[in-house]
Design a binder for this molecule. Structure first.
Ligand SMILES: Cc1ncc(COP(=O)(O)O)c(C=O)c1O
Length: 406
């Protein structure tokens, strides 16, 4: 009866079950998976959302790409990054996820393929599947910094490839695409007339390494390949509940015009962006800078703390250049799923296993740098202690701690 776009197995995984059991038993959890900025203890001005009540929103004036004022406000966001984007080439969306869906409708037919980075965040699998698109991975590899493995990009191309997705900075690796990498990717795409680049830049405001954002390649100024940059309020000002994102189109003029004409029809069909969000966009982007500054300070502090604390341990913090997440390479003593369940039950700390993000070997943990500093330090210390104990247990021939020991 049901579409194959939704997986037939909706069973919960062992980590979710262990989490529910722990919550039901009222046991404390140090949550290093927090991704909701509105629940991370930031100081949101109580009247921050007042612009949503602007009386101008009492009039419905539907426009497929959103109001010009809101698109001008988004263009000013690009100016902050030193990038000139014309409001004519901006399309408002209800979120970045919504933007993905619109672009998949624009670029693909069922069964067409999008090349996606691996590792990357699990939502991409759902987003592609829900639009009947096949996601084919290409690899990011790590040699002291993450880079694109271009041999895997070339191998992943088929005659059904319609776009290459880059997430910059990537979730969870924290790597920005470098200018030379983007040039190389663009050359590969430009050589095939029907392949676009989609760049998810939702975390572009959050640098963990000074200068990394400025040094990154940005698709919004490209002239050679049809390209789309995605952004949104959910990350740029920590307001996911407002539901406002955008697409910035770039590339050869004739292709951009053809793409926008079609996108206009798609957007006009749904008109999914709320009027209050559009009316409030300029004010929210402006006032939200105060939230962004708090988020940036916290993710930076947590990342530096993790990097220095893990130096003297058996775990390695992989270098991240931006974003809200960090990757910890940990001793491979058991399957990752067993590990994250054990960390939760025995040490009371919740983390994401690397396999959620499709790391191609074990063992990795992904931790959220959004976590309030004290909880973050507590959670990381629990992880590091877990491995120091586990490592010495193994060295002395002892068994790893059992889940029932708690
Ligand atoms: C890289 C990336 N892109 C997009 C999204 C979704 O953003 P939005 O809330 O705008 O749909 C997320 C959510 O975590 C993300 O990590």
């Amino acid at each position: 009866m049901f579409s194959k776009r939704v997986p037939s197995h909706l069973a919960r995984n062992r980590l979710t079950e262990a989490l529910d059991a722990r919550r039901a038993a009222g046991q404390p959890i140090v949550d290093l998976t927090l991704s909701n900025p509105t629940r991370a203890g930031f100081d949101y001005p109580p009247d921050l959302l007042a612009p949503l009540a602007d009386p101008d929103a009492l009039t419905y004036d539907p426009r497929p790409f959103g109001s010009l004022d809101a698109r001008r406000a988004v263009a000013r966001e690009y100016e902050r990054h030193g990038i000139v984007v014309s409001p004519d080439r901006l399309v408002l969306t209800a979120s970045t996820s919504d933007a993905y869906s619109l672009l998949f409708k624009l670029l693909t037919d069922p069964g067409d393929e999008i090349l996606v980075p691996r590792p990357s965040y699990p939502l991409i699998d759902h987003l592609t599947r829900l639009d009947a698109v096949d996601a084919r991975p290409y690899d990011l590899e790590y040699y002291g910094a993450w880079t694109i493995d271009f041999a895997t990009v070339e191998r992943a191309f088929t005659d059904r490839t319609r776009a290459v997705l880059v997430v910059t900075p990537n979730n969870p690796t924290g790597s920005f695409i470098k200018r030379d990498e983007l040039d190389r990717l663009a050359a590969l795409c430009a050589g095939r007339t029907d392949v676009a680049i989609v760049a998810d830049e939702v975390f572009a405001d959050y640098e963990l390494e000074p200068g990394a954002a400025r040094a990154a390649g940005r698709v919004s100024s490209r002239r050679d390949v049809l390209s789309f940059a995605l952004g949104g309020l959910s990350k740029s000002v920590g307001l996911p509940q407002v539901k406002l994102g955008w697409i910035a189109a770039a590339g050869p003029d004739s292709l951009v015009d053809a793409a926008l004409a079609r996108l206009e029809l798609i957007c006009d069909t749904y008109l999914s962006v709320s009027t209050p969000a559009q009316v409030a966009a300029a004010a929210l982007l402006d006032r939200g800078a105060a939230v962004r500054a708090q988020i940036a300070a916290r993710v930076g502090t947590n990342y530096r703390w993790l990097a220095s604390k893990s130096e003297a341990s058996s775990c390695t913090c992989r270098r991240a250049e931006g974003g809200w997440y960090a990757v910890l390479e940990v001793p491979s003593l058991e399957p990752e799923e067993d590990l994250v369940v054990r960390l939760l039950i025995k040490d009371g700390v919740l983390t994401h296993p690397g396999y959620f993000f499709d790391f191609h070997h074990a063992s990795f943990l992904v931790v959220s740098l959004l976590t309030p500093e004290a909880a973050f330090a507590d959670g990381v210390e629990r992880i590091l202690r877990h491995f120091d104990c586990s490592a010495s247990d193994r060295a002395s021939g002892g068994e790893p701690p059992r889940e029932t020991e708690e």
